[in-house]
Every structure is written in C-alpha cells, then in structure tokens.
Design a protein around this ligand. Structure first.
Ligand SMILES: [Zn+2]
Length: 377
C-alpha cells in the first residue's frame, strides 16, 4: 500500500498551499541526503516527501488526488509520466522553486547545488577502498579500528573561480539536429566537470585540480557480527574533489575475516572439534573449552559417544542486525589410542566380546543423522 501523501508530509487535508509548502520544506531539510549520508531510509523519506509535494503542491493534481487518491496517478490516470519515478535530479530541480536563494552560494548550509537555479550539482570526490582484517574475537565483540588512508584533499591556499564556459551553471546546452527538428539538451560542462568552478590559484605541490595526497588516520566503528566480504561505508572520508562546493567521496571498508585457530564460523554459529580420550568418554569428564569470549566449562556425561554434538546456546556470533546470538556447536571426538602397553592390551582383549563393549546404537544415543536432523528442525 502506498502511503497517504498528507501523512507523508505530516499535515491534514485542510492544509492550505502555504502550510503544504512549509511542511515539505521541513521534511526535505530533515531528510536531505547531505544531512543523512548513506542513510537509505532517510533517502526514501526524502523521495517520498518530494513525490507527495509534487502532487499536493500543484492545485490541479491535488484536486485529482483528493478525489481519486493514488489511483489518479497510476498508469493511464491522466498525469502519467514522471510520477512515481522521481529521481534526485527531479527533486533537486523542484527545490529552486521552494527554497529559493537559500541554496545559493552556501548560505543555507546545503550542498545540493551552488548556483541557485537548479541544474548544478555538487561534484563528489571518488571513493577509496580499504581492507580491514579482523579476528573472530573482534567480529564477535565489535571493534574500533584506526586505519591509515592516503586521501586526496584540497591543498591549503588553493582557490577556485567561476567557470566561464558554463557561467558557473555546471551544464551547457547542446543543440542537435534530428529528424524531429532541433533538439536542445543539457550536458555536463567539460571545462569544470560540472562543478561550475575552475582552479584559480594553487600551491606548487598541488596537482592540476589543486589537490594533494595526505595520510590520514580514520577511526572506523565496526559493529559485531560482520562477515567476510561485507562493506562498510564511512561517509566523506574518500578523496576530496576540486571546487569550494564539492563533497568528498566515501571510504569503503571491506571486511576480511582471519581464520581462527580452533573455531570455525558458519553464519552466526561456531563449530569446535573437541577431542577426549577413550577413558574420559567412558567415565565422563568436565572440560574447559575455548569459546570466542573465553573459556566455558562443559560437562560430558559418562558413556558419551563420539560424534555427539553439544549446543551451547548464545555462544556464537551476534547477529549483525542485533537479533540475538548464534550458538557454539561442540563436536565430540573420542580419541582411540594407537599404542597400548601389555597390561592395557590384555584388558581390551579380555573385553573384546564383553556385552558392555559391544556397539548397540539403538539403545544408546540417536544416530548421527538423527542428530543433524534435530539440529536443523
Ligand atoms: Zn563549467
């Protein structure tokens, strides 16, 4: 179900044009991508608010929406076109009208554009990627990591001026002749790369864009439960771009999981092979095992079978979404002695046909396959 446009903007149906505009302005500022970098939910809300305003901000569309609801805009419902598929450019072009000069020249604290008219967007620097190796312990607990990155940043003393090719618009109009006649289209200005600015002055050590490479230590908060290959984004810690109104790219952190000495990971669960002696299996024993966060004492009952799997609830890896922990599955392996002294040999020979030493799986534990079945049911 599509959410009600009035609800999205937080207003009632009796709201007048001024109130609608004010409500949209508030939502757009609250959920603006520059204020919520990397926040997909905010972006959705930002888009939803723009979509709602596109309709409610237009008296004709509003009347139709009031009468027919969302149906008025689906498929053949009259307005067709752009509705529902608004992209960021559409939304930003809407801003010229609603925010007026607030966005121009940096006065409003927003970055979507510089010039104030609409077309120009802030140029974003390129992303940087870095791999971070984590132990299983770090993954289980979450960890703050400091990484060294080489970033391109604007050199101190660099200055930029308005691009004369596009007059700071970031776009140039191109006219092409087609069979339908002359078509005009806007393309990104190649002189300034769309930023609307070009280099004015720079220190000698800077490159042609006024950038220098700097070493920077970046702190990364890695949540518990990450896995091999996962990517975390640290907003604005990538390369800077030229221009006074550009925004830096992002730092993409790729997780690498180091192999653990004894624990094997399978999703959120951990597996451990435990070896006990034949005597321990016969007599029963308490064992300290190394779980991911220190030792855990477990008790093995007398007569435990090799192949038995003990499940230690919650001793696995936390879910990345925060929904509890996986388990630690301890696989019991009975170690059979390879050499025996004379006395031991005589003991086993004497008991070779003893009833107590004769396998009787029906009477004892479930078979391995039944245990596996239990584990997954
Ligand atoms: Zn230009």
């Amino acid at each position: 179900m599509k959410k009600d446009f009035y609800e999205i903007l937080g207003i009632t149906k009796s709201a007048d044009a001024g109130e609608i505009k004010k409500a949209y302005r508030k939502k757009a500022i609250e959920f603006h991508p520059d204020k919520n970098p990397g926040n997909a939910e905010a972006e959705e809300k930002f888009k939803a608010a723009a979509e709602a305003y596109e309709v409610l901000g237009d008296p004709q569309k509003k009347a139709k929406y009031d009468q027919y609801g969302h149906q008025a805009f689906d498929g053949s419902g009259g307005f067709g076109g752009g509705h529902g598929g608004m992209n960021m450019d559409d939304i930003f072009s809407q801003f010229g009208d609603i925010f007026g000069s607030a966005f121009g020249g940096g006065g409003g604290g927003f970055s979507g554009f510089g010039g104030g008219g609409g077309g120009q967007r802030r140029v974003k620097g390129s992303n940087l990627r870095i791999k971070v190796k984590l132990t299983l312990e770090e993954i289980a607990n979450g960890v703050d990591k400091k990484v060294k990155v080489k970033r391109k940043v604007q050199a101190s003393g660099v200055s930029y001026k308005t691009c004369s090719t596009c007059n700071g618009q970031g776009q140039v109009m191109r006219v092409t002749n087609t069979i339908l006649g002359r078509m005009q289209s806007a393309t990104t200005c190649t002189t300034c790369g769309g930023s609307g600015q070009i280099l004015d002055g720079k220190p000698a050590n800077a490159d042609a864009q006024g950038l220098i490479v700097e070493d920077e230590t970046v702190s990364i908060k890695i949540p518990a439960g990450v896995a091999e290959g996962m990517q975390l984004k640290v907003a604005n810690k990538g390369n800077e771009a030229p221009g006074s109104n550009s925004i830096p790219g992002d730092l993409i952190v790729v997780i690498e999981e180091l192999e653990h000495e004894t624990l094997k990971r399978e999703g959120e669960n951990l597996h451990l092979d435990l070896y006990i002696s034949f005597a321990e299996a016969v007599l029963g024993v308490s064992k300290d095992i190394n779980a991911v966060n220190g030792k855990v004492r477990i008790k093995l009952e007398e007569g435990i079978q090799s192949g038995k799997i003990l499940r230690l609830k919650g001793k696995g890896i936390p879910s990345i979404n925060g929904y509890g922990n996986g388990d630690l599955l301890v696989h019991v392996n009975v170690w059979t002695p390879k050499t025996l002294n004379k006395e031991q040999k005589q003991f086993f020979e004497k008991n070779l046909t003893d009833e107590n030493f004769t396998p009787n799986p029906e009477k004892s534990d479930k078979s391995f396959f039944e245990k596996v079945k239990d584990m997954f049911s």
